[in-house]
Design a protein around this ligand. Sequence first.
Ligand code: 5GP
Length: 227
Amino acid sequence: MIKQKQSGELIIISGTTCAGKGSVIEKLLKRNKNLALSISYTSRPMRRGEVNGVDYVFVSREEFEKKIANGDFLEYAKVRYGEYFGTSKEEVKKLLQEGKDVILEIDVQGAQQIKEMFPETILIFIMAPSMTEVKRRIKARGKETKEQILDRFITAYREINEIPKYNYVVVNNDLDTAVKKVEAILMSEKCRVDRIEEISVENQEEFIHEFLIDKDFENIPITIDEE
Ligand code: 5GP
């Protein structure tokens, strides 16, 4: 009776540093086979433990700029320390054609660019419960210099000011709950009335006539209210 839009959704997940968006996305992908993550390109150096083509496609700054000139990116931005990060048009197109809902894990600048191009994009912002908790998580990681950590804090405060540009905010107090909240958002989005392409209902007169002559309903007395 109701035909809803079948094509995949674009879902942006951004978040402050140490909000745990990587873990949220990992769990979402494991639990929802129809979701796929678009792997971004970056010019930043590969970190220990990262895998080319899995975490990012790592390219030089020159290669990245060549791809910009070729129009290969849906969006791109200089995110931190002047390093480029960008979403591949080809990759997103391929995943949407496969009927997947595509997650873009990108920063607020990229989110804005995508929203302007595709207003139906679902924008979700993941937050850590507090900046004190962020500080605790950064300390526990213990990988970065004081200058790098300071840069993360400044970026986090800047990004928090951009939250009104998103559709949803999820505070990650507890990983399972955060994942369930994102799943609930996606499920609700699928039920939106503006996703309906067509509503068709049976002809009313024919439907009622068929009911009146239906033998299965023969023994039910018909009472007519007299007003
Ligand atoms: P890192 O991987 O260096 O820890 O963080 C990279 C930052 O760049 C994160 O804020 C992430 O959301 C963002 N980012 C990753 N890929 C893209 C992308 O393709 N485009 C944009 N605009 N930002 C990205």
